[in-house]
Design a protein around this ligand. Structure first.
Ligand code: PMV
Length: 333
């Protein structure tokens, strides 16, 4: 039976948080990541004009338009992921059409919940639906990862995996392993530092330091990898006090990085304050999440109210999230 031609589709993906293994995962070590119940939505529609129209009010883009023939040109930062994903999809599947795209996010792009990777995944999925090209999850991953590398040059792809698969994932660099884990009811608390961190800047600084002291960093990454393996087991056993302890150990190693600062490594004063406040309020453990310096900290503990209050009183902002188990989802045709 011939399927109906689709003209318009809406898909959504969850945001993400790194639980364990940041930085090391860039260098062929595993990490643990979870998807969050705050989602990013993309609506895409074929249009007869040879242009792409984008409206992304969260990014303050109301009516961006570009002709299809200009897709190869350098694009403004805010729409780069959308346009690169479209270009890569068109090239890979030898299709083309004018499009009208709308994006909307339930989370602020400031939190570091992965809006760029989420939008990239959504665009590829909407196009696979509009052009009726079946793509397996791993094919979506590969094309989205390629898109992110085209733009950023470096990245492990953990955020893309979270957007597609949802849940809690054991992940190895570039998607060499994407293993969804049976983990439920994590007593996870999230605090925003109030500072937007630039992942690519921090990654570049660490890389530079690493080139100066390769053995030192390889040793840190190996220690992180061991923690990730232990955390995987303890999370599957729901042994939260043990997972918390491993968070503290992971944080201790992140402090030993010599970039961006000698004093805090990839951590920072505000991150340390929020961690200390969380631990004092009874958290089993706490650490930064992602590249570091700013964005969010994560803590584990049963006393959610007390820990969130402590974060608030230390000039952080608690962000109420749960784990998402749905991953990439078609909302409507
Ligand atoms: O800053 P975030 O939340 O995008 O996380 C970055 C994590 C890194 O390991 C530093 C980079 C990566 O792509 O894995």
């Amino acid at each position: 039976m011939k399927k109906n031609k689709r003209k318009k589709v809406v898909v959504s993906t969850p945001g993400k948080l790194m639980l364990f293994g940041e930085h090391a995962v860039l260098y062929n070590r595993p990490c643990l990541v979870c998807a969050l119940n705050q989602r990013l939505f993309v609506e895409a529609e074929k249009i007869s004009e040879d242009e792409i129209l984008i409206s992304a009010p969260d990014l303050k883009i109301l009516d961006f338009s570009i002709s299809l023939v200009d897709l190869d040109k350098e694009q403004p930062k805010e729409v780069r992921f959308v346009l690169e994903a479209i270009k890569n999809f068109f090239q890979t599947y030898k299709v083309s059409s004018g499009l009208k795209i709308k994006t909307e996010s339930q989370f602020s792009a400031e939190y570091g919940f992965g809006s760029s990777s989420a939008v990239t995944v959504c665009i590829i999925k909407t196009l696979s639906e509009l052009f009726q090209i079946e793509m397996k999850k791993k094919e979506i991953f590969d094309l989205a990862y390629q898109t992110v590398l085209d733009i950023q040059g470096i990245g492990s792809g953990f955020d893309i995996a979270a957007a597609i698969y949802g849940g809690v994932i054991y992940f190895l660099t570039g998607g060499k392993i994407i293993e969804p884990l049976e983990v439920k009811d994590i007593p996870l608390i999230v605090g925003y530092t109030g500072i937007k961190a630039s992942t690519s800047e921090i990654v570049k600084q660490v890389k530079k330091e690493m080139e100066r002291a390769p053995r030192y960093y390889q040793n840190l990454y190996n220690q992180i990898a061991k923690i990730v393996e232990k955390a995987k087991i303890e999370m599957e056993n729901s042994n939260w006090p043990a997972v918390g302890k491993l968070m503290n150990e992971n944080q201790e190693i992140l402090r030993k990085f010599r970039a961006p600062s000698i004093e805090y490594g990839v951590s920072s004063e505000i991150i340390e304050k929020l961690i200390e406040a969380s631990l004092k309020a009874g958290a089993y453990g706490a650490k930064l999440s992602g590249a570091g310096v700013g964005d969010c900290i994560i803590a584990l503990g049963e006393n959610r109210e007390g820990i969130e209050k402590a974060i608030q009183e230390t000039s952080g902002a608690p962000v109420s999230v749960e784990i998402d188990y749905q991953g990439l989802k078609i909302e409507s045709f």
